[in-house]
Design a protein around this ligand. Structure first.
Ligand code: MN
Length: 325
């Protein structure tokens, strides 16, 4: 099936009344920002909207308007249409996404991950977009509907967080023009940046201590791990490490950074970052994950030490010139 246009997707949404929306597990600012932003736009068009995310909203996003409406399980249907945002495959949507319970309602996926598996009936995947929130603005334009202040605040939060304050290599003139539009609609860039980017829970800062003591460097790859014992030591609950992997890549000696995190179920979550021009999305995809060329991740079998031994050579191989052995 050829890709639908954004106006066709707008047409499907316009013709629907009961709309169920999902975003990815361990939600970030773009997941929550695009979920809430599209939620506002749809409600303003008179739609009955239900927003679902399996995991709690991170504390730095709780100021976003409408956040209290996000449920962690969908109520009973039926639904006219389902929307999946910022998620490249079905497992990313977590346990609340049960295709069997959706009564055959068509699924629209809207995403900017290059690794998106196009698992919907209508898929709009734009890897040139810096955030799914940016695509939601394009969708509103294709639909011809206005962007109100609460929607603008949520969408700008998505754009600010996914570009780490407009610093990533995918920040184009269109991204800045989109941000300007959202500011014109009433979103406060300085306040959103302050609340989302300048935020690290004390427990996460404490966790960086033992994690940084385990730092390893091999050639241009820098990495560390976060164990269950470290979390217990500093009494950091399971959850975010507040961008430890991005911090590691600030070392000028490093081209690729990785953080291996031991999860309560024994699996290992791998966060990857790379400098512009490199691509670690393919490594993440081959390991069952996904992401962007410069920011990707996956979840692999433990134990931790074995995961590191297996994955570090794959990262070193990304840096090898083609054909060299
Ligand atoms: Mn995103």
């Amino acid at each position: 099936m050829p890709s639908p246009s954004l106006s066709e997707i707008a047409g499907v949404l316009a013709a629907s009344r009961r709309i169920l929306m999902f975003t990815h597990v361990s939600p970030d600012g773009d997941a929550i920002g695009s979920l809430l932003g599209l939620g506002w736009l749809l409600r303003e068009q008179g739609k009955d909207v239900t927003m679902v995310d399996a995991d709690p909203v991170p504390p730095e996003l709780l100021f976003l308007p409408g956040v209290e409406r996000i449920a962690n399980q969908p109520p009973e249907g039926p639904w006219d249409v389902i929307v999946a945002l910022d998620a490249s495959d079905i497992p990313r949507l977590g346990s609340p996404f049960q295709p069997a319970r959706l009564n055959g309602a068509p699924l629209i996926t809207i995403d900017h991950h290059v690794t998106n598996l196009r698992f919907g009936a209508y898929n709009w995947v734009d890897p040139s977009a810096a955030a799914t929130a940016q695509i939601i603005v394009h969708l509103a334009d294709a639909w011809g509907i206005p962007i109100t202040k609460p929607a603008a605040i949520c969408l700008l939060a998505g754009l600010v967080t996914d570009t780490r304050g407009f610093r990533t290599s995918n920040v184009t003139i269109d991204v800045l023009a989109t941000a300007m539009r959202l500011m014109e609609s009433g979103a406060d860039l300085a306040e959103i940046s302050e609340r989302t980017l300048n935020y690290k829970p004390l427990a996460a800062i404490r966790l960086w201590g033992p994690a940084l003591e385990q730092l390893q460097v091999r050639g241009p790859v820098i990495w560390t791990h976060v164990t269950r014992a470290m979390r217990e030591q500093v009494q950091a609950p399971d959850g975010s490490d507040s961008g430890l992997v991005s911090f590691l890549l600030e070392a000028p000696e490093a081209s690729i950074a990785a953080v291996f995190t031991e999860k309560p179920n024994g699996r290992v979550e791998v966060s990857l970052r790379a400098r512009p021009g490199l691509n670690i999305a393919d490594v993440a995809l081959a390991l069952g994950g996904g992401g962007h060329p410069q920011a990707a991740g996956c979840s692999v079998d433990g134990p931790l030490a074995e995961a590191e031994v297996r994955i570090i050579p794959l990262l070193l191989a990304v840096l090898e010139p083609e054909g060299r052995s």
